[in-house]
Design a protein around this ligand. Sequence first.
Ligand code: NAD
Ligand code: DAU
Length: 338
Amino acid sequence: MKLLVTGGAGFIGSNFILYWMKNYPEDEIVNVDKLTYAGNLDNLKSATPSPRYKFIHSDICDAVALREALVGVDTVVHFAAETHVDRSIMEPGAFVRTNVVGTHMLLEAALEARVGRFHHVSTDEVFGSLELGSTKKFSETTCYDPRSPYSASKAASDHLVRAYFHTYGLPVTITNCSNNYGPYQFPEKLIPLTITNILEEKKVPVYGDGKNIRDWLHVEDHCRAIDVVLRKGKIGETYCVGGLRQDVDNNAMVHKLIGLMGKDLSAIEFVKDRQGHDRRYAIDWTKIQRELGWSPLHDLDTWLVATVEWYTKNQDWWRRTKSGEYQSYYEKQYGAKQ
Ligand code: NAD
Ligand code: DAU
């Protein structure tokens, strides 16, 4: 099989390429990535020498480059996106361009190339926000109710993907998953931000009252879910993917990390809340479990230990990402004193 992976230099895309090359040694992978601030070819150092792996430095909005990249490709796995909610609040335009227009360009190119599968990687954020204290969960039948420029752009991309299935017969599948964690995550997101700030002896910024809840999924479980959907998923279907059975709020998450790193809670600084901050996400993943036999294998407490170890051992990797553009973003988001 020959796969085109978009956004393969990002957090989940690079984990997916490494996962796929290990588990499917006969397959070829073409990685199309624009290398925005979030793209990092260091993540793929072990894949780069392989004749089965090819990198194309391109924007998914470039139709000519996509046409060339798709030659001989059977399967598209679409990760490329602008992904950070806080940046979408500052500058929504880039999110509309890549997530909506870029996905449209890729759908057009995939249709023309007659690929056998177009898998779209999406998010639980398209479903909006659940109330604190409720036991409700998002599932494949939950109505869309996106509330940030990021989630609105991802919702638009999901709708386009489904439209290309119903209208043109493009063989699509979609996964909507929860918050991933693990190696190679850009340190603007809560878990790597917390770990790396502690390693730098900086404060850990917690938005609002810290009671917001996310459903945490280890990135390798996410890769396993995409794998099972590519092999056994039904064309036209959506699968929700989550990692937890019980709620963990941001205070609890940050307390766990601080405890693992031998610090005390004085490391926390409560800061101004995110505008429109979604309160609670929780995923009902029984469909993918029942129909495709997937369930998460990585329990949170064990894999947080491994994640802290990874960022502790790989300081060169994240210290490079925290220089340059990151500094001006950080000051804009958190203020100069942080
Ligand atoms: P990321 O921000 O770490 O990486 C995104 C990658 O896309 C980068 O390599 C970047 O260079 C590339 N990219 C951005 N714009 C591009 C463009 N116009 N053309 C080509 N490449 C471009 O993202 P991630 O966290 O790995 O997320 C991957 C996908 O998974 C996204 O679609 C995201 O919406 C979805 N998702 C992420 C999470 C999460 O917790 N991280 C959860 C649910 C869904
Ligand atoms: O739910 C899936 C989504 O998870 C993905 O679609 C997004 O691409 C990904 O960025 C992530 O979005 P979140 O906004 O949930 O992730 P983030 O790590 O930015 O924030 C997690 C929670 O922590 C959220 O409630 C906001 C809070 N937070 C975040 C940061 C960066 C803080 O309290 N302080 C912070 O400094």
